[in-house]
Design a protein around this ligand. Structure first.
Ligand SMILES: [Fe+2]
Ligand SMILES: [Fe+2]
Length: 306
């Protein structure tokens, strides 16, 4: 057993009324989270497979125990995001094609890349999560609170657990391979692959969800990570959203600068995620979960202070 806690949360996503644009006041942020829902099952499958392969190579039993709990948390995330995907596919069946394309892209990595590369890919991405999600959680009142509670609760749970296991991916990489230069050299390929996933999802949302249901907001996700695609997405954002509806509207500039510098720092040679600056929301979430586990699925109505 490690310090990580594997929580099985039953999210309320079985209905036929889960909206595509689950946060109408913040369509750009809603799309970014929807992107995460379509990205997570493929990425987390890669994590589970690579970490399972890595555990027998780890000599320290404590580290192996943490790796095991970390992969079990990721498996829970993947299952929960799949229930979100299924809810969307029930209403917009074509989105299954988008999910299949993302999974196939990750399965190709698992089939063709060596273990060290897959662990480096995972560590590079997981290292970014604490500075990235800190902004989400520090501004949860603006970014989540006004959205659909069932969907918002899924993301809040996922992001606090990413903060909880923030050291695990790097720990597994270091235990099995540990070469800093090799990890840094994978960054280019990681960015290229994330661009591929982004393009699949952006095109899929626009193709499979009618404009009346919010599919047009898929254009707020760039068609890949090329500068041209990002500029096109921001031009579209100015056209189809109102002022104050930007992804991070209302988040102070200093917090965005801290996020960007945190993302760069997270790839450094002596970076240790254990010492990251954490969002106080995460501690609050864990505390409330201990008192009332049902709050995880209904963050804004179960156990919330009145
Ligand atoms: Fe996860
Ligand atoms: Fe993770």
């Amino acid at each position: 057993m490690s310090d990580l806690q594997v929580r099985r949360v039953r999210f309320d996503l079985a209905g036929d009324d889960i909206p595509f644009n689950w946060n109408p006041q913040r369509p750009a942020f809603a799309m970014q989270c929807n992107l995460i829902t379509f990205f997570a099952p493929g990425f987390e499958k890669l994590i589970v497979d690579a970490t399972r392969e890595a555990i027998p190579l780890m000599r320290d039993q404590k580290q192996a125990d943490e790796a095991n709990d970390y992969l079990r948390q990721e498996a829970q995330h993947s299952a929960a995001h799949m229930s979100h995907v299924r809810a969307l596919v029930r209403r917009w069946p074509g989105l299954q094609e988008t999910m299949d394309e993302v999974i196939a892209s990750y399965d190709r990595l698992t089939a063709t890349k060596p273990l060290a590369w897959r662990l480096a890919y995972t560590a590079v991405i997981e290292n970014t999560f604490t500075p990235y999600f800190k902004v989400f959680l520090d501004h949860e009142d603006k970014l989540f609170a006004l959205g659909d509670e069932r969907v918002a609760s899924l993301f809040l749970w996922h992001f606090v657990e990413e903060i909880e296991h923030r050291s695990s991916a790097l720990m597994v990489y270091d235990a099995v391979h540990g070469d800093f230069l090799y990890r840094v050299k994978t960054i280019g390929a990681v960015v290229k692959h994330l661009g591929e996933v982004l393009s699949i999802v952006s095109r899929g949302f626009q193709k499979h969800v009618p404009a009346d249901d919010g599919g047009g907001y898929g254009q707020l996700l760039p068609d890949g990570l090329r500068v041209r695609s990002m500029l096109a997405a921001s031009r579209t954002a100015r056209r189809i959203t109102r002022p104050g509806q930007g992804t991070y509207a209302g988040v102070p500039k200093r917090d965005m600068i801290a996020m960007l510098s945190g993302l760069v720092r997270s790839q450094g040679p002596s970076h240790d995620p254990a010492f990251e600056n954490l969002p106080p929301f995460a501690a609050r979430w864990f505390e409330r979960y201990e008192q009332e586990p049902k709050s995880a699925a209904r963050w804004y109505s179960v156990g919330a202070p009145i």
